[in-house]
Design a protein around this ligand. Structure first.
Ligand code: URA
Length: 209
């Protein structure tokens, strides 16, 4: 059973309102996404595995938990995922970043893969798979499928906005992967855009149309 966690927090909601606003400019959208991604990274990273290690402070020896190696990695679903990957990477620069390129066919709304570059030891790492919009679930499901095919066993999927249709699709194929989102929206429109959503995340991040 897929767990869906909605990160309820006044600051998360406040930043999301800025991202949803059609009058928010692309530079402000990027800046706010960076801030929101950074805030979201902390509860997401609370799922990371740690192990105790010995540290000698200037005062004495102590035991302190550190991240298990190989370090977790962030995997961005191109291109909108990069906005979140940058924010997560700012909180955890130790994490290598992988990329999976998916492009939605404008007629069928089905995502097709065009690129994949992942860190080594993917089967050993905890993976934070990021894409701001879980719409049809096609891109996220396929990306998670690629990761599993390469041996990945521990994946978390993180988005800003999830549609019920996307959760359902993802759930059918990846019941083992928890979803963490800033918002659960109403539904998809006839073009598979999320309502109320925030429009095309990639275009809004990069100022393209
Ligand atoms: N991708 C987006 O960027 N926005 C949506 O609403 C759906 C998919």
């Amino acid at each position: 059973m897929t767990h869906v966690t909605v990160l309820e927090h006044p600051i998360v909601s406040h930043k999301l309102a800025i991202l949803r606003d059609e009058n928010t400019s692309s530079p402000d959208f990027r800046k706010t996404l960076m801030e929101l991604g950074n805030i979201m990274s902390w509860p997401v990273f609370s799922h990371l595995n740690v192990t105790p290690t010995q540290v000698k402070t200037p005062m004495e020896h102590t035991t302190q938990s550190v991240l298990v190696k190989p370090y977790p990695c962030i995997v961005s679903i191109l291109r909108a995922g990069n906005g979140m990957a940058d924010a997560f990477s700012a909180s955890l620069p130790e994490a290598p970043i992988g990329y999976i390129g998916m492009q939605r066919d404008s007629d069928t709304h089905i995502a097709e893969p065009y690129f994949k570059k992942l860190p080594d030891q993917i089967e050993e790492r905890q993976i934070i798979l990021v894409d701001p919009m879980l719409a049809t679930g096609s891109s996220a499901s396929q990306a998670a499928g690629f990761l599993k095919k390469d041996g990945a066993r521990k994946i978390l999927f993180v988005c800003l906005v999830a549609a019920p249709e996307g959760i359902e699709c993802f759930h059918q194929q990846h019941a083992d992967i928890p979803i963490i989102t800033a918002a659960l929206d109403r539904k998809l429109d006839e073009n598979a855009y999320i309502l109320p959503g925030l429009g095309d995340a990639g275009d809004r991040i990069y100022g393209t149309e």
